[in-house]
Ligand binder design. Structure first.
Ligand code: NAP
Length: 249
């Protein structure tokens, strides 16, 4: 049987890249989506193909519907029928308070973190649903503990977008549970990636890590392992649920 095909959005760096590497190790053919980091995405694809698995890199902005449609069509054409989607692409902006956030910023954060995930999920369901002739599949949405903690003083807009993503996870899971598709979420805690630099504090994990119950920040691979477990048949009776990967926070 052909390798199962997985699409991971925002896989050029961080949690997405760790998930792509692990998915390849577990036998998936991998689509590495990225926004701007073409050389990092190409390097990751070379690494995966050298290890003997199929992989492609596809530039697409998940906030743009036509890009998402093209992304999924490219996967259909170049890798084959989709079995797994990881809605991982996500952004946050400069740390600030709600009384300094404008509507344009909220729009940007929601366009990527919420609308992007919705449209990707739509395209995945259209392909995977047994009610539409598909073979079933699994979706994991990469959320954050911020959805429940609110990220006060940092990025409440980002936290709200992740709460919306969690609602998508629950609602869609129930909508397609009878159509062979499982939908789950992983809520990351404070993980070593570049995302903190985009909030204006590259050292955020080192600052906050020691105060966590586990006394350290997390690594991207620790999030990736939870994602791959939820995608696997080991999680065959789990849908609409979440794993917190947050060191006890
Ligand atoms: P990161 O290191 O900043 O990487 C973000 C990835 O998303 C990059 O591959 C980037 O592509 C891609 N991306 C951004 N906007 C995109 C768009 N519009 N379309 C397509 N791709 C886009 O972030 P990360 O920390 O790995 O975060 C991954 C996910 O985990 C996010 O959803 C984030 O909210 C979530 N999360 C992270 C943490 C944490 O502490 N790191 C905690 C909880 C949840 P380019 O490289 O091309 O720019």
């Amino acid at each position: 049987m052909a390798d199962p095909v997985i699409l991971i959005t925002g896989a050029s760096r961080g949690i997405g890249a760790a998930t792509a590497r692990l998915a390849a190790e577990r036998g998936y053919a991998v689509c590495v989506n990225y926004l701007r980091s073409q050389s990092a995405a190409d390097a990751l694809v070379s690494e995966i193909t050298r290890a003997g698995r199929r992989a492609i890199a596809v530039q697409a902005d998940v906030a743009i519907e036509a890009d998402v449609v093209r992304l999924f069509e490219t996967v259909d054409r170049e890798l084959g029928p989709l079995r797994a989607l990881v809605n991982n692409a996500g952004i946050l902006e400069q740390q600030t308070r709600v009384d300094r956030i404008d509507a344009a910023r909220i729009g940007r954060v929601f366009a990527t973190n919420v609308t992007g995930a919705f449209v990707c999920a739509r395209e995945a369901v259209r392909r995977m649903s047994t009610a539409r002739g598909g073979a079933g599949g699994a979706i994991v949405n990469v959320s954050s503990r911020a959805a429940q903690l609110g990220a006060p003083g940092e990025y409440v807009d980002y936290a709200a977008s992740k709460a919306a993503l969690d609602a998508l996870t629950i609602g869609l899971a129930r909508e397609v549970a009878g159509e062979g598709i499982r939908v789950n979420g992983v809520r990351g805690g404070i993980i070593y990636t570049d995302i903190h630099a985009s909030g204006g504090e590259p050292g955020r994990v080192d600052r906050l890590g020691p105060a966590l119950p586990m006394r350290r920040g997390g690594d991207a691979i620790e999030v990736a392992r939870a994602i791959l477990w939820l995608l696997s048949d080991e999680a065959s009776y789990s849908t609409g649920t979440f794993i917190d990967v947050s060191g006890g926070r």
